[in-house]
Design a protein around this ligand. Sequence first.
Ligand SMILES: [Zn+2]
Ligand SMILES: [Zn+2]
Length: 234
Amino acid sequence: MLKFIGTGSCFNYKMGNNSAYYIHNVNGKKRFILFDCGEDVFHKILNNNLLNEIDEVFVVITHLHSDHVGSLPSFVFYLHFVLNIKPVIYFPCDDINIFFKLVGIKKELYLHTKDSKGYYDITPFKHNHGYELNSFGYVLNLDGNLIYYSGDTKTIDEKVLDIFRGKDTKYVNTPIKYFYQDVTKYVNDAHMNIHNLAKIFSKEERKRVTLMHFDDEEVIKIAEEYGFNIAEKK
Ligand SMILES: [Zn+2]
Ligand SMILES: [Zn+2]
């Protein structure tokens, strides 16, 4: 469902910073939704002409590591000065405003929402990303499809797994259809190890899980052997 601008981890310059997007019509306006905006993402958005005829921009930020927000200030400047679009930035805490203040993005250039009210039904899940920074994954509804976008995390909240498996009463008829998960071949405190991930999902379930944020080709090979889907740049 989501299209990917990049599928790599922070040092993976070949696959680029992990970032996804979706374009749809909302009340007659063409809206571009972006998931994270790492160091090389803004230039790729322009190179791929992704903003053609776009009326509105909504940016979902998972956390403030530079491979997830590194080119966000330039993107916001471009939207303001070139396209005259005021983007809505969704991040469930105020850290994003401190970041924008430090890099010279004035408040009038963007609209920050902590609850996404009036735009989307998004539920944040606070993550264990191994750093003292606020990091989230999100369950959100896009055109009637429930999506989970993990951001960077070592763990998956049990509640998210319940929603995925149709065990959560709120979502019993609409379980998560598209599950996007960060993965690594390393064992560390920051990301989900590929072998641990395979223990969480059955073979059948892995067909509904798309992996992203890759270290390199090697982790993709392991993921394919387990039967997971691989996020691909479009
Ligand atoms: Zn990252
Ligand atoms: Zn990170």
